[in-house]
Design a protein around this ligand. Sequence first.
Ligand code: SAH
Length: 496
Amino acid sequence: MNKQKNNGNIKSGKKHHKSKKQYGKQHSAQASRTSGKSKGKHRTDTPRQSNQRGITAEVTCTGLTNEGKGIVQWKGKQLEIAGLLPGETGEVNIFKKGRFIDTKLKRVIKPSEDRANLTLSFPNEGVGCHLYHMNEHAQNRFKQKFIDELMKPFGKPEPIITMEFPFYYRNKNVMTFGLNKKRQIICGLYAENSHQIIPMERSIIHDQKADEIIQTIKGMMKSFKMQPYNEDTGRGFLRHVLVRVGKKSGEIMVVLVAASPMFKGKNNFVKALRKAHPEITTILLNVNKRNDSMVLGNQEKVLFGKGTITDTLCGLKFNISAKSFYQINPVQTEKLYAKAIEMAELTGKETVVDAYCGIGTIGLIASKKAGKVIGVELNKDAVRDAIHNSKRNGMKNARFYQGDAGEFMMQMAARGEKADVVFMDPPRSGSDEAFLSSVVKMQPNRVVYISCNPVTQARDLKYLAKNGYAVESIQPVDMFPQTVHVECCSLLVRKN
Ligand code: SAH
C-alpha cells in the first residue's frame, strides 16, 4: 500500500507561475455574506459586463478571512473570494443569490509569490482543502498568525510544527454517494454549507489506496443494482463509503454506510470487492437512517474480517473500531503526542487523567512514564478499544471508564481524589464548566490541553488562567495541511 511518500500525483514544478487561465478553474463558488457597508477605502474596481449570471469585475485582495478566503472591497462592500491571495488581482464573477452575494474566481491576473505550484491530476481534487492554492510557507504563516493572535492574552506561541510531505495523509477517508442530473452514480464531498455532492475521484489529502477502493465500489454498483441513497426521496441504499487505513500496519477497513440493513447480494459484493482489492482486511455494513450530517449510524454488521483494524502509534499497537475516534494524520500525531508527553514532565510516579481519551492513545503512551492512568471517554466502542489496547500493549497501570468527562471529574473531585497531571483532548466544542471547575478543585500540577479547535481552547484556557493556572507553553501543530484547521497543544501549570 501507499506509504505517504512523494510518489503520487502531486507534482511541484520549479517556478510557481502557470497559465493564468488554470488558476480560477479550480475554485468553486462560495457564498459570502456582504457586510452591507463600506469598510474604509476601497479600490475603483471595474465591472465589465452585466448579465443574468451577475457581473465580472477585477478586484484586488487585501487580506484573508479565518477561513482562508481572500478579502476584497467592491462597491463599498466587503466580499470574500475563495482562492484569491493577498496582493493578487483577479477576475471574479459576482452574482446575487437570495440575500447573499456569491462570488467565483475566474482567473488570477497577477499571482502572488505565496501561490502554490500544484498540478492537479483529477477534477475537484482540492475540494474541501481551503488552502491548497497557498504554498507551504504561506499556509504555515497563515496558521501561525491565527494562533498568535488568538493566544495573545496567554503569551507567545511556539513556531508551528509542520508536515514534511503534506499530502495524502488522511487515514480516514469518506465519500458520499448520489445521482447527478443525468441519473448517473456519482461520489464526492458535499459543497460548503450544502448537501450538494461535488463529484471527485481523488482528494489531495486522502489516502490514495482508499480513494481507489471507493472508485472500485462506485464502478461495481451498477452491476450489483445498488442504488445510491437519495436524501430527498428517502429511496436508495448506499449513502457513504468510509475507508480507514492503518498507515503503518497496511490494514484497511471498508465501511459501507447504507440507509437500510437489507443488503441484497452482499456475499457476492464482498467477494467481488475483495477480489479487486485483496489488501482490504475488514468490511462492515453500517446502517444510518438519520437526517443529519453524521456519517455513521449506530447499527453495524461485520461482513468480512474482524471488524477493526490495528495501527501502530508511538511504538504501541492500537485496535480501532469504525465508530471510534482516531487522529486522522498519524505522522503529525506522533509529533503532537511526543510534545504533549514532554509537557507533562512525567517521572514515573504520577496519577494521570486522560480525559476525552478516545481509544486510549495518549494515556497508554503516557502510562509507560506514569504511576497510574485513568482514562474517560463517552463513546462505548472507543472505551472498549481502549481497554483492549491497554491489555494488548501489556499496560497494567491504566483503567478506562465510559462516561461524560465533566461528570466523571466532578465525581472524582467530590470523592477528594487527586491527579498530578490531566491530559484533556475534547471535541471541537471544547470542554465545559463541570470539567474545568473539577480540574481546579483537584489541583493537578500540570494540565496538558490538546485541541483541534483553538478558539474553544482559548475560551477554556481563560477559565483556567483565572482559576489558579498559568499558561506556560502553546504549541500549534499542523495536523491538517491544505485546510484551515490547526491543532494546538497548551501547557498549564498550577500557580503556588
Ligand atoms: N484523545 C483521543 C481522542 C480525542 S477526540 C485521541 O487523541 O485520539 C475527542 C474525544 O472526546 C472523542 O473520542 C469523543 O468521543 C470524546 N467525547 C466527546 N464528548 C465527550 C464527553 N462529554 N465526555 C467524554 N468524552 C467525550
